[in-house]
Design a protein around this ligand. Structure first.
Ligand SMILES: [Mg+2]
Length: 333
């Protein structure tokens, strides 16, 4: 593969630190290394706690995006379908969020976790169903925080709300297998998200019978080509796929969105993507950010915004940390 060498990567790198609009896993800023590659902008943003082996896969993705991208054969601008997101808010806030999002046809409602109770979860999901109406699609995501019993109980309580799927109701693979068996009579698909962090997790998750759907993220899987291989495997196995973001800036979102656009043209029934996440970041780094409205994202050619890159530049100690990380991960490629 024709890719960049370390000097080329370093010379084209900008380290940014972008405030999050809602803190996520105790993090208030999203740090990323953005490259201006010869084939276009590229993003490398493994979460700071990830080890070098994992971060190297994300780097493979960035090298592909900026130096050797997959030809997409699409005429831009084009649009893709994405879900809106309802965080663990009170039910009374749901309608305003859906209206502000331009009434997407699909919403993902966050459930479980320390900040909410089962009663509040059910009320929030019921409100989303009410606002979207019978043709809307309501998916829920517990981020693996329920026990099997809690998940079974919660899903029973929401069975009548016509759920599109339940994402990562429980954390471990064994528990995913068990909850899927326990709710099988309800006909609600179970989606694996956190269960599939690396390419190698896929076979294990599928072989265990732990899910009906998988959530795929381009950067952690090592790029578009790697994700396409998994898509093909999933299609052949009859497993549904939701393309999703890793809390990327618009640069990372763009490559996944191009993949979604190609998928929608070949699979008209493709599930709506989880790529409408740029709003979780208070700023972006491109002139034309991928902002979802009405459940759609419009894709244009990407153009980095030099002013954003300067204004969002990470402090010198963080820049150093990222450059050292780059050097270590580069050696692992
Ligand atoms: Mg998820």
């Amino acid at each position: 593969m024709s890719g960049p060498d370390l000097a080329q990567l370093r010379a084209s790198a900008h380290v940014v630190s972008i405030p999050l609009t809602t803190p996520f896993r105790g993090v208030h800023h999203r740090e990323a290394m953005i490259f201006s590659g010869p084939a276009g902008p590229a993003e490398w943003s493994p979460f700071v706690e990830y080890d070098d082996d994992e971060a190297a896969l994300w780097l493979k993705s960035a090298c592909e995006q900026g130096w050797n991208p997959v030809a997409h054969h699409l005429s831009l601008p084009t649009t893709i379908r994405v879900n809106g997101t309802i965080p663990a808010v009170a039910a009374s806030e749901v309608e305003a969020l859906i209206v502000a999002a331009g009434h997407p046809r699909t919403v993902k409602v966050k459930v479980g976790g320390p900040g909410t109770t089962l009663m509040e979860d059910v009320a929030r999901v019921a409100e989303a169903r009410k606002v979207l109406g019978p043709t809307g699609r309501v998916r829920i995501d517990a981020n693996g925080c329920w026990s099997v019993d809690e998940a079974e109980h919660a899903i029973r309580e929401m069975e009548h709300l016509d759920l599109e799927y339940v994402e990562q109701p429980v954390a471990s693979l064994e528990d995913m297998v068990e909850i899927r068996q326990r709710i099988s009579r309800m006909g609600i698909p179970v989606a694996a998200d956190e269960s599939i962090r690396r390419w190698s997790d896929y076979e294990q998750t599928l072989a265990a019978g732990a899910c009906d759907l998988i959530v795929l993220k381009v950067q952690p899987l090592g790029g578009v080509r790697a994700t396409e291989k998994l898509l093909e495997k999933a299609d052949n196995a009859g497993v549904g796929v939701v393309l999703s973001s890793a809390l990327d800036t618009s640069v990372g979102l763009h490559q996944a969105a191009l993949l979604q656009a190609r998928r929608e043209s070949s699979h008209p029934d493709a599930l709506d993507a989880g790529l409408g996440t740029s709003g979780f970041l208070a700023h972006d780094v491109v002139k034309n950010p991928l902002v979802a409205h009405g459940g759609e994202l419009t894709l244009e050619p990407l153009e980095l915004d030099p002013q954003d890159l300067t204004e969002r530049a990470a402090p010198p100690d963080r820049e150093r940390w990222w450059l050292e990380r780059l050097e270590r991960c580069w050696k692992l490629l």
